[in-house]
Design a protein around this ligand. Sequence first.
Ligand code: HEM
Length: 393
Amino acid sequence: MRNTIISMYQPSHLSSLIRKMQCVVESAAQNLPTSELEDITFSDLSLKLATDVIGQAAFGFDFGLTKEPSLNGSNNVQNDVEVEDFIKQHMYSTTTLKMDLSGSFSIILGLICPILRHPFQQILKRVPGTTDWKVDQTNRKLMKRLDQIVEKRAKDKDRGSKDFLSLILNAREAEKGLKNVFTSDYISALSYEHLLAGSATTSFTLSSILYLVAAHPEVETNLTREIDSFGGHDLMPTTHDLQHKFPYLDQVVKEAMRFYTVSPLVAREASKQVEIGGYVLPKGTWIWLAIGVLAKHPKYFAEPNKFQPERFNPTCEEEIQRHPYAHIPFGIGPRQCIGIKFSIQEIKLALIHLYRRYSFQHSPNMEKPLEFEYGIVLNFKYGVKLRVIRRST
Ligand code: HEM
């Protein structure tokens, strides 16, 4: 399975995605309000941006979330009712519907008495108005929409092989044995997992970078200097340029991912009995890797609560001495994130585009300190609110 889709994330395919990514980034950033009194909730914008990008890569579909609606209300994207409905449900479940302690009684009860959580959840799912009911309804609608999308694409014989969904469907048709494994339900679930894995993480990372850089003007100065020296606004960096010609940008991204680790826990299950640090863990034990804790360990990161991109400079002693597995925001080993290069390319392109045109400040309406929601991935409790200043260059 992993091998089937990994080709999508190889350098050759990534370079062909640059133009698509660039179009989404441009349309997301073209009309940011630059009034001194107006806020933008950048985290909402970055979620739209990341969802549009993954929509093109995973589904071969333009969701059009970052496009400005025209006067007649349409945003000139492909007219597909199922996809439109699906994506509305997805945005609703990601931004509005929150399965947190304040919302769900079954979660609170589960903390007090874990054994009661599941039966209670089953009951509350049937009680209209409760969070459990809303989550269940939204999940059902989402999966129904996704099933329709998968079904439609499965019938399309000219689907090509440029996106995740088409690649899996092609693989299913090419190998008879896979038909029973890659059922439509399974493919729908995988596609949704992909959409979630690729949008919430990238969006959070992009927003946290803008938030952190806005609080560190010296970092912004260095960053814009590097970006400006690359060339004029029309010069679009290639995949190779992004990897090699923006060393400071690279350090800023790494440091922001260390500072706010979006996926702070990674799970593994012991496939056989193993001894770790003197503890014998029987087969089947769940092991949680606290990569967010590791990212703040003073043994590997001096003054870990300071935002210092230079600590990732290849000539910095801290970087030279650091254990290679101390900074692993994408996990590690055979189950490491498959979207590393994809998301880094997207994040760097977005940052270059944004800082070429704008500078950012925290809105006075932003809470201090920043508050988070702790789910499968980290999220901002009230969003990242910024003021945008157009640069004069
Ligand atoms: C800043 C962005 C991202 C971060 C921080 C991130 C982080 C992670 C982490 C920590 C894991 C678990 C790895 C492990 O268990 O060792 C993971 C898995 C995964 N990620 Fe990402 N991710 C990001 C973007 C993406 C994107 C853009 C995609 C898709 C295009 C993606 C697809 C996946 C998939 C499919 C898995 C499961 C891999 C497997 O189990 O074999 N991720 N990611």
